[in-house]
Design a binder for this molecule. Sequence first.
Ligand SMILES: [Zn+2]
Ligand SMILES: [Zn+2]
Length: 189
Amino acid sequence: MRIRTEQIKEAGRHYTFSEPASAFPVLDEMEKAGECRFYSSVAVELTAAKEMDCYRITGSLSVPVGLCCSRCLADFEQTLSSRFTFFFHESKYNEQPDEEELELAEQDLVSVTFQGDEIDLLPEIGEQAALSIPLKPLCSDLCKGLCPVCGADNNKEACNCGQSLEFSKFSALRNFKVNSSQIPDKNRL
Ligand SMILES: [Zn+2]
Ligand SMILES: [Zn+2]
């Protein structure tokens, strides 16, 4: 995932890359830690353009990933996608970039320094892909999760535990809709 800077012109040039997730150290680590599974390569499309004092890389990535639902613990597959813009500044004098200053100036735009006549996109793309993986994956926004009392998967079967916690049958029925969407996720069990 390298671009030779001499190929980058002001008009911009289009590139596509496909790289197995295991080629990205940050993604490889996540997979080995059991946080997710990658079913196929990370696909990247981008445009590189020369600007006044830097190279602007704009594009998107997508990768199919297997995740575990944080509410019902079921495995599911989701294709993650993410858009990015990086500014690569050439560092000619082995200077160390002042990261604090760059963060303040660019906010959500990523500014990176590089040396030599090639830009290596691998670290930034890997970081971007890792950021697109949800911290609390959900198989569906409507996932009802596991019952905290009896452990039943409330997506597959309804149990009566929620009702017996109520003071009366009447209030249980009246609040049924609200309760079914408020079943705690696994982190609160
Ligand atoms: Zn779920
Ligand atoms: Zn239950």
